[in-house]
Design a protein around this ligand. Structure first.
Ligand code: URA
Length: 190
């Protein structure tokens, strides 16, 4: 069990990280708001999406638009409360017109993501979508990798479809839900 003092220290370091991000004027996409990760600092499951959308930019919170609603609802359907996990993005500011973040943008924000992971220190990382998966395993297709278990730097990586993909048709939604439904059994095996 992590001590109270360690938790206070962790929280302080996360706040410092957020402040550094906010003040880093060399980062791309500075015209939009900073959307830092949120959730439990004790989380054992760490979700990584791509980049904030319009609603996330407005509210300065990750996954609070339609994709976020689906993510929150689907997590709850398998008995996981959103506030018990940690949720963040590869890129912490919204790309214009909701385009995908570029590889260059992802690389520029990457040191901050790495620090965020190190500070939260989760056992399991779940990447949401193709781009987040690519950041960890460049040469694998999401269709083949999703729902499988990978070991990366002493952590478990489970790639999942992005909720935005699930919102593009009932077939996609069924695939997305199926992987989430298998999560409790995957977690039980770890
Ligand atoms: N899509 C993402 O990848 N991240 C968000 O925060 C919202 C939508």
């Amino acid at each position: 069990m992590i001590s109270k003092n360690k938790l206070i220290e962790k929280k302080k370091k996360l706040e410092e990280l957020e402040k550094r991000l906010l003040n880093d004027k060399k980062l791309p996409l500075l015209r939009s708001n900073l959307v830092f990760g949120e959730g439990s600092i004790k989380a054992q499951i760490f979700f990584i999406g791509e980049a904030p959308g319009l609603k996330e930019d407005q509210l300065r919170r990750p996954f609070v638009g339609r994709s976020g609603e689906l993510l929150t609802k689907t997590l709850l359907s398998i008995g996981i409360k959103r506030e018990d996990v940690y949720i963040t993005n590869l890129v912490k500011r919204r790309p214009p017109e909701n385009r995908d973040p570029s590889l260059e943008e992802i690389k520029k924000y990457e040191p901050y993501l790495k620090e965020e992971i190190k500070l939260i220190d989760p056992q399991i990382i779940i990447t949401l979508g193709r781009l987040a998966l690519k950041d960890f395993i460049p040469d694998i297709k999401i269709g083949q990798a999703q729902g499988k278990i990978f070991k990366i730097d002493n952590r478990i990586l489970i790639p999942m479809f992005h909720p935005a993909f699930a919102l593009r048709g009932t077939g996609n939604l069924a695939k997305f839900k199926k992987t989430f439904d298998s999560l409790p059994s995957i977690l039980g095996k770890i």
